[in-house]
Design a protein around this ligand. Structure first.
Ligand code: TXA
Ligand code: MG
Length: 330
């Protein structure tokens, strides 16, 4: 077991980046900020390190990981890019887009990281600390969100600490992240498919492709169906408190997660109120989402009542995470 490790926490900077590069090379587990959420990094070519990563997260081993690299040229060594994939990489990398592609014949990423699939999920992150760490390490790094499996993704180093202290080696603290929801995942199959809505809105991707993204089959996103993006278990982003969606009023004992105006019936009796964005700004709402879910989860409310969030732009990713947070609890 990893449990019982001493977890070092270093403020982002030259010393932390160097320590992170060294730790990754030794097979250690390093949490670091990306622009979307904090990731828990391990050397993508080191099966023992990846096994420890699954164990630290308590993550089912059939759930494949995203491999992070510094640039497109490093990406083409592990994934086979067709013209469409190149166009997406050039438009959105570095940034919150993950591409699922066929593995190259000489891909060095461990089979354990791809859960034995012949495809690989690749992303070039934009966060300067993530980029510096990738450069210092010099190889591909797998990094799922740095939370216990099933918990809400971390958007600050303190969130990482509360889930993983004692289970991982190092946390690099680069402050709060900018985007707040995970990367958009596009499957570059014969027909490009939106496997997970995320930090790049669907419309921007469709504009570059000049066509609509396919939806995965309904049952690909459930716990029982055969998952296409196997991590998309229906209840993946769950606080412990029950989550009630599309709330138009607050019942006694509930906490309110608002969007836009707070003025809903019953709000005065709410256990706690947080507003994702009083201005109704979806970018601000995405950045606040996971932190606010964590904060309201700690209030001991009967339920977290969530006001409706519009579905356009980043709203698709926000509503996806909210739906998963509510699964099985409504
Ligand atoms: O923003 C992000 O993407 C963050 C940061 C840390 O980069 N990472 C992240 O990783 O969200 P994770 O492990 O929480 O989510 C990985 C997702 C899962 O849904 C997994 O099933 C899917 O990527 N995935 C990985 N490899 C895949 C593959 N070969 N085919 C289909 N889906 C894949
Ligand atoms: Mg995750």
């Amino acid at each position: 077991m990893n449990v019982g490790l001493k977890t070092q926490i270093l403020p982002a900077g030259e010393a932390a980046v160097a320590a992170a590069g060294r730790a990754l090379a030794e097979g250690a587990l390093v949490a670091f900020p990306t622009e979307t959420v904090y990731g828990l990094g391990a050397d993508a070519t080191n099966p023992a390190a990846i096994a420890r990563l699954y164990e630290a997260k308590g993550r089912p081993a059939f759930n494949p990981l995203i491999t992070h690299v510094g640039d497109l040229s490093a990406a083409t060594r592990i994934g086979r890019f067709d013209a469409r994939a190149i166009a997406l990489a050039e438009a959105f990398w570095p940034g919150p887009l993950t591409l699922v592609l066929p593995k190259t014949g000489d891909c060095t990423v461990a089979d354990l990281a791809t859960a034995g699939l012949d495809s690989i999920a690749i992303r070039v992150p934009a966060h300067p600390v993530a980029r510096d760490i990738l450069r210092a390490f010099g190889g591909p790094v797998v990094a799922p969100s740095a939370n216990l499996s099933g918990h809400v993704s971390p958007t600050t180093a303190a969130h990482v600490q509360s889930d993983l202290a004692g289970r991982i080696d190092l946390i690099v603290d680069g402050g709060a992240v900018a985007v707040g929801v995970e990367s958009t995942i596009v499957g570059c199959f014969d027909e490009p498919m939106l496997l997970r809505p995320g930090g790049v809105p669907r419309g921007e991707i469709e504009r570059v492709l000049g066509r609509a993204l396919l939806q995965p089959p309904e049952d690909a996103n459930s716990d029982t169906g055969q998952p296409l993006a196997p991590g998309m278990l229906a209840s993946h982003y769950a606080p412990r408190t029950r989550v009630r969606l599309n709330a138009g009023r607050i019942d006694a004992g509930e906490a309110l997660l608002a969007f836009g105006s707070n003025a809903v019936p019953g709000v005065d009796a709410a256990t706690a109120v947080l507003n994702l964005s009083a201005q109704g700004d979806l970018t601000e709402a995405a950045a606040n989402l996971f932190g606010y879910l964590r904060a309201l989860d700690a209030k001991g409310a009967r339920a977290i009542a969530v006001m409706p969030v519009p579905h356009h732009g980043l709203g698709e990713a926000i509503n996806d995470r909210l739906r998963r947070a509510a699964v099985g609890r409504e």
